[in-house]
Write a protein that binds this ligand. Structure first.
Ligand SMILES: [Zn+2]
Length: 259
């Protein structure tokens, strides 16, 4: 049986299937990666240095933080990006009742734009602001005027300075997102790993936790990853997520008609 049919069958038979996605699903929407050959940081090492310092900057001086955050071309680029067939396929699987949740390491909000509803953004979102004191999140659009007038946005619940919801280097993963992700990873009996080599911790722990709890792990990646080599994944479908996920959706539909 070819692997597309195999994963479609596994999905239909699963009781609780989830997806875990990474940069590879967004690069097909034209979003550059960071460390690839033409990645943002490969071309501009200074930008990487600033990325490591930006959370400390927020803690010391939120107004300096916002000056820098608003200058970054990355954030406006992400907000303009559109979902691709891979995002749409995952949203289809959710609406068919096959996929229960998407845990993403991406900050671009493309899963929601494609129609996915139960999305856990492990590293936050570029379109939201978050209070690190009380954990509240707000739609960034609410604060556009504040930001444009170079003021620091403040939490509507506790008055603290807000930052982007994006989890920066050295910043802890917000507790709610952390707890929800690990709950989902432990609950699932099938995890579709899409476009991620799962090397950034603690997110990389999620497929490993799912595996230890008996879940089947299926990778859709361009190349083998540490998950393949370590035997975490049961099998890998090699190739573009934007090509393979829509094929999987078609196969799932066929299986459902047959049964
Ligand atoms: Zn607050």
């Amino acid at each position: 049986m070819d692997l597309i049919r195999r994963v479609a069958k596994d999905l239909v038979e699963a009781n609780y299937a989830i997806a875990f996605t990474g940069a590879g699903i967004s690069t097909e929407s034209g979003i550059p990666d960071f460390r690839g050959p033409s990645g943002i940081w490969t071309r501009d090492p200074e930008a990487e240095k600033r990325a490591y310092e930006i959370y400390g900057k927020f803690l010391r001086d939120p107004s300096e933080y916002w000056k820098e955050a608003l200058r970054s071309p990355l954030y406006s680029l992400l907000e303009k990006a559109e979902p691709n067939p891979a995002h749409k396929a995952l949203a289809d699987l959710e609406s068919m009742g096959i996929l229960m949740c998407v845990i993403t390491q991406n900050i671009d909000g493309l899963h929601q734009k494609a129609g996915s509803r139960n999305v856990v953004e492990f590293h936050g979102s570029v379109s939201k602001l978050r209070c690190i004191r009380c954990g509240s999140r707000f739609d960034k659009r609410k604060f556009i005027k504040v930001l444009e007038s170079h003021n620091v946005p403040e939490c509507e619940n506790c008055g603290s300075a807000l930052k982007l919801d994006v989890v920066h280097f050295t910043e802890p993963i917000p507790t709610d997102v952390y707890v929800k992700s690990f709950e989902e990873a432990m609950k699932c009996d099938l995890m579709l790993v899409c476009g991620t080599s799962a090397v950034v911790y603690p997110a990389a722990e999620l497929p490993r936790v799912a595996k230890r709890n008996g879940a089947k792990i299926v990778e859709i990646n361009l190349e083998e990853t540490s998950l393949t080599f370590e035997g975490v994944s049961d099998y890998i479908i090699k190739g573009k997520v934007g090509e393979n996920l829509p094929k999987i959706v078609e196969e799932v539909k066929k299986l459902r008609i047959q049964s």
